[in-house]
Design a protein around this ligand. Structure first.
Ligand code: SAM
Length: 235
């Protein structure tokens, strides 16, 4: 028996509506908060009893957006500039023999709303609607290994990128009330320079756009500076 079937236990609600601009690992942007909404028959209070005693959770999920795109034994991690090849099992690439991901997130609370059982979580690196296969509590005594070596990703990625924001965009962030962290989320997403490696080599001013929550955010990149030009609410 070399095949197993799993049930999706719930889905993620995330500010990240497209793959572009999602951080490469969880915890890099603590302001990226969302929800894990448990599905029937797992939307049962008993199933999460005791979970609030844990500050962080491991989520096992499906890379659903790219699951049908196959895999190859070697990949080019963006972290290495997209030119160096590594074995897929030496990376956290999304294109894997089994398109399964693993992220540790902060648990901010458990809520029941309109009959749904919701885990409030933050520090996400997950696309909206990501299907979740399992939840396990993070155990610091066993899961935190400060002496471990991180290979080619030994420390969190750093960039020299700076960010400014237009008056319109600043006022937009101020006026919308639903996401108090919207401006800081935008700034941190841009600070990590979400552009694919091959675009980072381009000269001149480049224009980009991304969707966070229900907002379309437009910005320009000039050298090592991002400028948020406009934010529009999507219909
Ligand atoms: N922390 C996880 C892991 O190590 O398995 C994910 C690491 S993977 C390098 C992170 C990237 O996965 C994100 O930048 C985003 O582009 C992508 N991603 C997140 N959710 C996804 C999904 N549901 N389907 C496909 N790609 C996804």
């Amino acid at each position: 028996m070399n095949q197993y079937q799993f049930n999706v236990i719930g889905y993620i609600k995330s500010p990240y509506k497209q793959k572009f601009a999602i951080p490469r690992q969880p915890g890099l942007i603590p302001e990226a908060s969302g929800q894990l909404i448990l599905e029937t028959p797992y939307a049962d209070d008993a199933i999460v009893r005791g979970i609030e005693a844990f500050s962080h959770l491991w989520l096992v999920f499906v890379f659903h957006e790219t699951a049908d795109k196959g895999w190859s034994p070697m990949v080019r991690p963006p972290r290495l500039g997209g030119n160096t090849r590594k074995g897929v099992f030496a990376t956290r690439a999304t294109f894997r023999p089994n398109p399964i991901g693993l992220s540790v997130v902060k648990l901010d609370g458990v809520a029941r709303k309109n009959g749904q059982l919701i885990l409030q979580i933050s520090g996400l690196d997950l696309l909206d609607d990501t299907p979740i296969l399992d939840i396990k509590p993070y155990l610091p005594y066993s899961d935190a290994l400060p002496a471990a070596s991180g290979g080619f990703a030994d420390a969190a990625p750093q960039t020299a990128m700076t960010v400014s924001i237009s008056e319109q965009a600043a006022a937009f962030c101020e006026q919308q009330q639903q996401y108090p962290q919207l401006r800081i989320l935008i700034e941190k997403v841009l600070k990590q320079d979400p552009r694919p490696p091959y675009k980072k080599q381009r000269d001149g001013v480049q224009q980009y756009g991304m969707t966070l929550y229900e907002y379309n955010i437009k910005w320009t990149v000039d050298g090592e500076h991002n400028h948020v030009t406009e934010i529009i609410k999507l219909p």
